[in-house]
Write a protein that binds this ligand. Structure first.
Ligand SMILES: NC(=O)c1ccc[n+]([C@@H]2O[C@H](COP(=O)([O-])OP(=O)(O)OC[C@H]3O[C@@H](n4cnc5c(N)ncnc54)[C@H](OP(=O)(O)O)[C@@H]3O)[C@@H](O)[C@H]2O)c1
Length: 255
């Protein structure tokens, strides 16, 4: 249960090795979060993520459970959610899995394009529906969804990823409205370029940020029950201008 200071006691991280997700988890365990479920594909990487969280919690202790979760294995998603809630209430659930994919390949190879859309959008819906049901039944909690500014106005350079994030953003925003009055809060997070292993091969974009800065914004967003945040926050203004540029101008921008 989130205490009077707005500090969650338990966290479910779907995408348990995500750099942004783990930066958020570190912030929470450094405060009062004492139970974390890390769900992901690689048990060895998940266990070492658990050790990192134990170090961040010290001298307090944190109970870390590792769960197998593959976004592409849709039939397993409801059971993953059941297992995550079997250990007790989940105060914050963070959907942090995702792939950037290769845009040029996605334009030639439908399998690749569909995989990007399946991980970034379909899987988030597939796991998001049972997650929302479990949170609604519990009557409290925050569901945090890592969307992207890439979904606000998809660009030529990564429109397959952008299309998936646009779908995810619409789903999460609608879910937030559907859950109003249930005690459950949905936070849609729209970061710009974040320096993580997902973007390590790319030149940094203007207004690029760090996983730690995204974590700070998410922790505050959960505390104040915000519905949508941009990281950095100035991107809200930037995107509201970019969204309305004529296409002929927008497509010429070097972004
Ligand atoms: N970095 C950015 O610039 C940026 C900007 C805006 C939004 N975001 C979003 O933020 C989220 C986290 O990204 P990040 O920067 O933290 O990248 P990251 O460190 O590469 O994390 C991506 C996560 O997705 C997981 N994943 C990928 N495919 C999966 C699958 N089939 N099943 C289960 N898990 C899978 C990865 O697990 P493995 O370790 O098993 O690969 C990893 O935990 C993503 O949704 C991303 O789109 C990132």
């Amino acid at each position: 249960m989130i205490n009077a200071l707005g500090s969650p006691q338990s966290l479910l991280l779907l995408g348990g090795t995500s750099e942004i997700g783990l930066a958020v988890a570190e912030r929470f365990v450094g405060d009062r979060t004492r139970r974390v479920v890390l769900a992901g594909r690689d048990p060895v990487a998940l266990r070492s993520a658990g050790e990192r969280l134990a170090a961040a919690a010290a001298p307090a202790s944190v109970e870390v459970t590792v769960l197998e979760f593959d976004a592409l294995d849709r039939t397993s998603h409801a059971a993953v959610v059941d297992r995550a809630f079997a250990g007790g209430d989940v105060d914050v659930a963070l959907i942090a899995f995702g792939v950037l994919g290769e845009q040029e390949r996605a334009e030639r190879d439908a399998e690749h394009a569909v995989e990007v859309v399946t991980v970034d959008f379909t899987a988030a819906v597939s796991v998001g529906v049972p997650l929302a049901q479990a949170l609604r039944a519990q009557g409290h909690g925050s569901l945090v969804v890592l969307s992207s500014v890439a979904g606000e106005r998809p660009r030529r350079s990564n429109f397959v990823y952008g299309a998936a994030k646009a779908g995810l953003d619409a789903f999460a925003t609608g879910l937030g409205d559907a859950l109003r009055g249930s005690g459950v809060h949905v936070l849609v997070v729209r970061p710009g370029f974040v320096r993580t292993r997902m973007t390590a091969h790319l030149p940094a974009a203007p207004l690029s940020t760090t996983p730690e800065a995204v974590a700070t914004a998410i922790v505050a967003g959960v505390r104040w029950r915000k519905e949508t945040i941009w990281v950095p926050s100035v991107l809200r203004l930037v995107m509201s201008v970019l969204r309305h540029l004529p296409r002929a101008v927008f497509r010429r921008l070097p972004i």
